[in-house]
Design a protein around this ligand. Structure first.
Ligand code: NAD
Length: 498
């Protein structure tokens, strides 16, 4: 990093060295609150992708990393986790400068993400193969769980370092090496974070960061013959392209994609809590979360009363500088996303939805030149409307009434996505039934937006493939080998399968 010029200039991290891109080109990274650039990021291309994957492959096959025991890898991960705490606020500030999310949220995230490195560091030497009581005489059979190899981790802009941790921690615990491709909108925090990797003492090439556009650098990383797995978080559109490209090379994938999650409020819910839960589902992080509860399904009998309370609460949300601890709704991260949200507002109005709050870009003095959208609530939404089916990724809530449990389940599941769902009720029988029937990788009852390193996270249907976090998920970075050892003194008839 060179802070001497007006814009902070970064380098990429490949094979244990800070390098410029092969072309020497840079692109600007914007501050969404100020609406202007603050950093210069190297514009990588296929040559850089090749260099990074080769560095990762070399570190996988030679040098210190493959010689390390799982316990030594675990110790390195825990050392990295120790380094995160003291640096968490600084990393959060960089995230906010790049993606405009609230400092309050990002500093909580960067602090909490250390837990993924502690947890998977602890798990590294607890992956055990088994001895199989095989049904052949004089034969010893056992399994080994080996690293899948070079992992390409492709990250979106909404929670860069946390979503990186979800991939990097289990991949390193498993003994893989990794090339990280952060979003072109938020590359700086990852480039700062890898300094901690360097400090922790990971051998060169075990972790690499290549920056640039998806088509320029993401595609060549996925297609590279030495890439063994792609761990992707992003939109379902890009996920589909990557899945196809990975299939050609028979590469493993995990896909954490988009959502259109229902937040379902029954008439027996604790209303004040449900209002807060719905607000947190859609207006926290300016709605730019994969788990946004963007469809409020509310029981007909309480529809008007609930919407009134919701509007009253949401209309007090304080917008402005994301670095201020009392700001509640920050800017949208980038101009294309800003434009997309504003287009969806018009789509919704054109479909006949009624904006009972917001419905336009925010022109408040406290929003300055930033890319702000008013927290928006649409009533009169039918679930077949585009505003109810497509991911907006912004502070836009669609309110859809339902009559009973069956209808709530039917509407809740009637989307291509299945990432998450919320249920607000005091009836436990109903809570369990809803948790069973909703087609979503995560169901929250009387809460929303809770995640942990201990619990699996991922999508049903078009929301993804595979899971992240939790004990089993280290398996996503391992492959199983079956080893057969004959103890017989003689090889039997070679023409017959044993
Ligand atoms: P995106 O799909 O546009 O980009 C994600 C990443 O893919 C970026 O790094 C981008 O450069 C890269 N990319 C783009 N084209 C590529 C290609 N052809 N080959 C390889 N890489 C390519 O997503 P985004 O706009 O950055 O993020 C928002 C999306 O992410 C939303 O849909 C959201 O729901 C989803 N998301 C999902 C989760 C989850 O865990 N399920 C979490 C956060 C965000």
């Amino acid at each position: 990093m060179d802070g001497g010029s007006q814009l902070t200039k970064y380098k990429m991290w490949i094979g244990g060295e800070w390098v410029e891109s092969a072309s020497g080109a840079y692109f600007e990274s914007d501050n969404p609150f100020l609406g202007k650039p603050w950093a210069l990021i190297p514009k990588g291309n296929a040559q850089d992708a090749d260099r990074a994957v080769r560095a990762a492959h070399q570190a996988l096959t030679t040098g210190a990393w493959p010689k390390m025991t799982a316990s030594q890898r675990g110790a390195l991960l825990r050392k990295l986790a120790d380094l995160i705490g003291p640096d968490a606020k600084r990393l959060a500030e960089i995230e906010v400068r790049d993606n405009g999310k609230l400092f309050a949220e990002m500093s909580a995230q960067t602090t909490y993400m250390a837990q993924w490195y502690y947890y998977f560091g602890g798990l590294a030497d607890k992956v055990e193969g088994s001895v199989i009581p095989i049904d052949k005489a004089d034969t010893f059979n056992y399994t080994r769980h080996e690293p899948i190899g070079v992992v390409v981790a492709i990250i979106p802009w909404n929670s860069p370092l946390l979503l990186t941790a979800w991939k990097l921690a289990p991949a390193l615990a498993a003994g893989c090496t990794v090339v990280i491709k952060p979003s072109e909108f938020t590359s700086a925090s990852t480039l700062e974070f890898v300094k901690l990797i360097e400090q922790a003492g990971f051998p060169p090439g075990v972790v690499n960061v290549v920056t640039g556009l998806g088509a320029d650098v993401g595609s060549p990383l996925v297609e590279h013959p030495l890439t063994n797995k792609v761990a992707f978080t992003g939109s379902d559109r890009t996920g589909g392209l990557i899945y196809q490209a990975a299939a050609k090379g028979m590469k493993r994938v995990t896909m954490e994609l988009g959502g259109k999650s229902p937040n379902i409020v029954f008439d027996d819910a604790e209303i004040e809590n449900a209002v807060k839960g719905v607000i947190s589902g859609i207006f926290a992080a300016t709605g730019q979360t994969c788990i946004a509860g963007s469809r409020l399904l509310v029981q007909e009998s309480i529809h008007d009363q609930f919407v009134e309370k919701l509007v009253a609460f949401a209309s007090t949300a304080k917008m402005g500088n994301p670095m201020s601890m009392d700001t509640q709704v920050g800017p949208v991260t980038n101009p294309p996303q800003f434009k997309k949200i504003l287009e969806y507002l018009e789509v919704a109005k054109g479909e006949g939805a009624k904006p009972v709050l917001g419905g336009a870009k925010a022109d408040r003095p406290e929003c300055g030149e930033g890319w702000f959208v008013e927290p928006t609530i649409f009533t009169g939404v039918h679930n077949r409307m585009r505003i109810a089916q497509e991911e907006v990724f912004g502070p836009v809530l669609s309110v859809i009434p339902f009559s009973d449990e069956e209808e709530a389940i039917e509407i809740g599941n009637d989307v291509v996505f299945g990432l998450a769902a919320g249920v607000w009720t005091q009836n436990m029988r109903r809570a369990f039934k809803m948790a069973e029937k909703l087609q979503a990788g995560t169901v929250w009852v009387n809460t929303y937006r809770a995640v942990s390193y201990l619990s699996p996270f991922g999508g049903y249907k078009r929301s993804g493939l595979g899971r992240e976090s939790g004990q089993e998920m280290i398996r996503e970075y391992l492959q199983t080998k079956s080893v057969w050892i004959s103890l017989a003194t003689e090889v039997p008839n070679p023409f017959i399968m044993r």
